[in-house]
Ligand binder design. Structure first.
Ligand code: 5GP
Ligand code: ZN
Length: 117
C-alpha cells in the first residue's frame, strides 16, 4: 500500500521537513489550520489509529516522543496541541496515520477552542 504520505516519506513528493528519524518524518502542513501546524507521520503505512496492532507499539511511542522534539524545533514547546483524526467522520482525509501538532504562539492565553482540522 502506498499513498501521498508514503510519497512524502520516500521523498517522491517534496515537503518542508522539520525532523526525521528511523521511525517517522515531521513536516509542515501544506494548508495550516493554525499559526504553527506540523504533521508527524510514521514511515510505515498504517491507515489509521484503528489499524495499529500491538507490534506497532514502538511506532506509537516514537510518535509521542517526537511531539516535544518537533514542538521545540518550532519554538512552541511551552504550549501546543496534538491530535489524530480517525476516519472520515473524525475528519481524516489521508489514510496514513499522522499526528497533527498545532500551536498559537502569539496568543497570550493560548488557544481555548480549536476549529476542525
Ligand atoms: P487529515 O484531515 O487527514 O487528518 O489531515 C491531512 C492533512 O494533510 C491536512 O491538514 C492537509 O492540509 C495536509 N496535507 C494534505 N496533502 C498534503 C501535502 O501534499 N503536503 C503536506 N505538507 N500536507 C498535506
Ligand atoms: Zn502511506
Amino acid at each position: 500500500m502506498t499513498c501521498i504520505f508514503c510519497d512524502i516519506v520516500n521523498k517522491k513528493i517534496p515537503s518542508d521537513i522539520i525532523f526525521e528519524n528511523d521511525a517517522l518524518v515531521a513536516f509542515h502542513d501544506i494548508r495550516p489550520k493554525a499559526p504553527v501546524h506540523a504533521l508527524i507521520v510514521p514511515k510505515k503505512h498504517v491507515a489509521s489509529v484503528n489499524e495499529f496492532t500491538t507490534e506497532d507499539a514502538p511506532i506509537i511511542a516514537a510518535l509521542m516522543f517526537a511531539a516535544p522534539v518537533v514542538a521545540e524545533a518550532l519554538g512552541v514547546k511551552d504550549g501546543y496541541k496534538i491530535a489524530f483524526n480517525v476516519g472520515r467522520k473524525g475528519g481524516q482525509l489521508i489514510d496514513h496515520v499522522h499526528m497533527h501538532v498545532l500551536a498559537w504562539p502569539d496568543s497570550p492565553e493560548g488557544k481555548k477552542e480549536v476549529a476542525p482540522i
